[in-house]
Design a protein around this ligand. Structure first.
Ligand SMILES: Nc1ncnc2c1ncn2[C@@H]1O[C@H](COP(=O)(O)OP(=O)(O)O)[C@@H](O)[C@H]1O
Ligand SMILES: [Mg+2]
Length: 384
């Protein structure tokens, strides 16, 4: 089955549309990557989204507007992926949507909201769309995240040692072979916020780690940031920009006094490397398979390597899974599983009472039928 996976993460930099040919072969799920198209959000929409996200607040009218505009932007990315990657023969779209709120209270997740109305995607492509992946796991007592863990576990099963999948997006998360999976804290979120702030909005992120490379780590600021209670919480745990947002950064900086931009970015880069490395140690990683935009920051990757002596830190590309597209491929897989009536969660990862078949389905031009019948749950993911 030819499936398009649509993803935009907490960095809301771009909509990633990855296409894959997926099939079940015995107990293997076979994934042939067909490629990625990445559509940056247009400036106006990105600014509207930024204003709506925490610490901002949005009216119901604004939520409606964003749901439509993001749905239309996702639809455009899906149309392009179908045309350029699938020869117009895609059969299913799996859309994560754009997370705008993850409602966590007293250590429990009680709701989550992803915008990007799937009707626009179904209308533009004619294809059935699986969307709203997270809420079902929350209804089953889970955190609704991390959902990529199922794909990570299938992908890394059978590798020697303790291979751990790490995604460095706005938030960083990992999956260990025993199913332990959690957000470690900020990936690029605070680095992005600082780069954006100090450049007066010119920079969306610290391009190639240039600022961090010129700065020096401020021990006092680092210690203060490391005192964040989230890092010490036991898994399962998830976080987001509800916590690690620009206001959080401002508060830490206000107490630190004026510092040069380079030093702040260097310190935040060290903070990510340090908290990610600490988390990797708690799960006993002997090998790290990293993905996400953060792998393009050479300073972050160097610091991470240095913090983990004896651990091989690789990009997922080395195993055939393109690091820029990994999360989008993962959602293509989750949509494929739903189309087969198969669960998309690992209760050990999300903390749910049981595994769930995920998502809501928006019918395509052929009605509510999904392009697949029941299948048996796969034991491994094979890349072709
Ligand atoms: N060349 C680069 N140098 C430094 N950081 C980069 C580079 N390219 C991407 N990034 C980082 O990756 C982030 C986007 O990563 P992505 O995996 O798309 O995250 P998300 O899933 O949160 O959208 C950017 O915000 C930026 O911090
Ligand atoms: Mg992104």
């Amino acid at each position: 089955m030819r499936v398009i996976g649509l993803m935009s993460g907490t960095s809301y930099d771009a909509i990633d549309a990855a296409a894959a040919e997926l099939s079940l072969d015995g107990d293997s799920l076979v994934l042939e990557p067909l490629g990625l198209v990445s559509e940056p959000y247009d400036g106006e929409l990105r600014a509207a989204l930024a204003a709506a996200l925490p610490p901002g607040t949005a009216s119901v009218a604004e939520v409606c507007r964003l749901d439509t505009l993001i749905g239309q932007a996702f639809a455009a990315a899906a149309v392009r992926a179908d045309r350029e990657l699938c020869g117009g023969r895609a059969e299913l779209v799996a859309s994560h949507g754009q997370t705008v709120y993850h409602w966590a209270e007293a250590g429990r997740v009680r709701g989550t909201l992803q915008l990007g109305q799937p009707a626009w995607i179904a209308e533009a492509t004619g294809l059935p769309v699986v969307a709203d992946f997270r809420p079902r796991d929350i209804a089953a007592g889970g955190q609704g995240a991390p959902l990529v863990s199922l794909v990570d576990l299938l992908w890394l099963r059978g590798r020697p040692g303790t291979p751990v999948a790490l995604n460095l997006g706005g938030i960083a998360n990992l999956t260990a072979p025993d199913g332990t999976a959690f957000d470690t804290g900020p990936g690029c979120a605070l680095i992005d916020a600082a780069a954006h702030d100090f450049s007066g909005g010119r920079l969306a992120y610290d391009v190639d780690g240039a600022l961090a490379a010129r700065g020096r780590v401020r021990a006092e600021l680092l210690e203060r940031l490391l005192a964040e209670p989230y890092y010490a919480l036991p898994a399962p745990k998830t976080t987001g920009k509800e916590l690690f947002h620009v206001g959080y950064l401002h508060e830490a900086l206000a107490r630190a006094g004026p510092l040069p931009a380079e030093d702040v970015v260097a310190t935040l880069t060290r903070l990510t490397a340090r908290t990610v490395a600490d988390a990797l140690r708690t799960v006993g990683a002997t090998e790290v398979l990293a993905s996400g935009g953060g792998t393009r920051n050479p300073v972050l990757m160097r610091l991470l390597g240095e913090s983990l002596p004896g651990v091989a830190v690789r990009r997922s590309d080395e195993l055939g899974l393109p690091s820029d597209a990994k999360e989008a491929y993962a959602f293509a897989v989750l949509g494929f599983l739903t189309a087969h009536g198969l669960p998309g969660t690992v209760p050990a990862s999300t903390g749910a009472r049981h595994a769930s078949v995920l998502g809501s389905v928006t019918p395509g031009r052929n009605g509510p039928r999904l392009p697949a019948a029941a299948g048996a749950a796969p034991a491994r993911l094979v890349l072709r």
